[in-house]
Design a protein around this ligand. Sequence first.
Ligand code: PGA
Length: 221
Amino acid sequence: MWIIANWKSNLTVRESVELIEAVGPKLTKNENVQLVVCPSFEALTEVRKQVQVNGFPILIGAQDISPFPKGAYTGEVNGESLKEIVDVCLIGHSERRQNFNESDNEIRDKVERANESGITPVVCVQGAETPVPDLVKVVAYEPVFAIGSGNPDTPENANKVAALIKQTNTHQELEVLYGGSVTSENIKAFLEEENISGVLIGGASLNASEFLKILDKCAFF
Ligand code: PGA
């Protein structure tokens, strides 16, 4: 099961380190849970250092990746370099599709760069109609209405959509996560659904005590 925390562009480097220092020491390793924290690019190295030095049971993820390889692409963060810091990368989050006009083709290129670099791509989709590039194993169903709104999809509907995403992409074996207004109150209901293999959490992962409450709920899976 995957628990992925997406801190978006909400925290400074210092705030990111403070949050990992507050959460990390309280965690115990759960073999069934892959816990991934995705800080912003500039905080990745510092957060990773804390995780490594203290042996926290956390994987580090990036929120994006360049569609290009290493080279003359000013401002981009390439996969080869990212691989030294992260294990996982979110790709095609709806905020990137909306605010940066990311296209399905660009998302496919980013998936290729991640795979080439040995980084696990987690592709965000809005439903079964969103194309899932080849060689993707993990997708996150994130309906736009549910993101940051306090208005999550129902676990039953999320389960239906997750099943549909799997049926639509039978050429690859997919794990489907749910994301959108997940909290410590509703996480259990999502994780109990048959076709949901984890969650992607934004806002609720920014507060140490709420994040820890969420992780507590996963201890039983
Ligand atoms: P949210 O964000 O939990 O704040 O709704 C989820 C996401 O955008 O990944």
